[in-house]
Design a binder for this molecule. Structure first.
Ligand code: NAP
Length: 253
């Protein structure tokens, strides 16, 4: 029997999990992307793109496509889709598993300021002009227009259109992973004195956090959002183990 699996993606781990499941004959896997990125990386399984239309839309999709297992492998800050996934899985009677990276933990010499959101990050930067590295998504940048006294270095996967309405902003287009040495060179070269980022977890974007620690640079970090309490794996290996466990119980083994 083939089990139909829907992976909610947009992360490296979602792609890696899709790769692992693609090689298994017991599964037919579909990966879902929000459709935000103009040129998403290639995936080893069929991909659908765009929102489902809230909880109801996702619940209907799960039923229509006869999905047996929903895997929420979205980014830890994609709280809306994770909440929708938990609710829709409940409504459709579908097994759900979340794959979520654990948050980074503060280390000695880290200079972290924890904030709720971009508005709070703007307040934390203060009134004195600073050189700020914004490692945020395009959607979170607009509040920084309220603080035009700072110089900004903005790194994103897709171009920031329209550009930020501030007099001093430089843009870098890049997709991780980012190595610590290169991050350190960038921070020194641009004379950055504050970083604003999310506590994404994992290794791909940790380089800037480690580099900031060495250089004594303040990191203003968004607190993690509250996510629904569903069964959760922290790594792709753990997710595969949980999936095999579920498969065995489905087969009554
Ligand atoms: P969000 O605020 O939690 O979701 C907003 C809406 O986008 C959802 O209600 C849903 O629309 C749609 N959506 C989100 N993820 C989807 C997916 N994988 N497949 C289909 N529809 C999806 O999400 P977000 O923070 O904007 O993130 C969007 C995507 O970017 C996610 O796939 C996430 O994994 C990825 N991402 C996010 C971040 C971040 O920092 N937030 C960072 C890296 C990657 P409907 O209600 O219409 O279904």
């Amino acid at each position: 029997m083939i089990h139909r699996v829907l992976i909610l993606g947009g992360t490296t781990e979602a792609r890696q999990l899709a790769e692992r499941l693609a090689g298994r004959v017991e599964f037919a896997v579909m990966l879902s992307l929000a459709g935000r990125t103009a040129n998403p990386v290639d995936h080893p399984v069929p991909v659908r793109s765009g929102g489902f239309g809230g909880v109801e839309g996702l619940a209907n999709y799960l039923k229509e496509q006869e999905i047996a297992l929903l895997i929420d492998a979205t980014h830890p800050y994609a709280a809306r889709i994770s909440a929708n996934a938990a609710q829709a899985a409940g409504e459709a009677g579908v097994k759900i598993l979340a794959l979520r990276r654990p948050a980074w933990r503060r280390q000695p010499y880290d200079r972290w300021t924890l904030v709720a959101d971009a508005e709070a990050a703007v307040a934390a930067l203060g009134t004195h002009p600073r050189k700020v590295f914004l490692a945020l998504g395009r959607q979170e940048l607009v509040p920084f227009e309220a603080a035009p006294q700072h110089s900004y270095l903005i790194r994103s996967v897709d171009p920031v259109e329209p550009p930020l309405g501030v007099p001093n902003a430089d843009y870098i287009l890049a997709r991780g992973p980012f190595a610590e040495d290169a991050e350190k060179a960038l921070l020194v070269d641009r004379r950055i004195d504050a970083i604003v980022a999310k506590n994404s977890g994992g290794t791909a974007t940790y380089g800037k956090i480690a580099a900031a620690r060495t250089l004594g640079i303040e990191v203003i970090l968004f607190r993690r959002p509250v996510l629904p309490p569903v069964e959760t794996a922290e790594t792709v290996d753990d997710a595969m183990a949980a999936i095999d466990h579920w498969l065995a119980s489905e087969r009554g083994v």
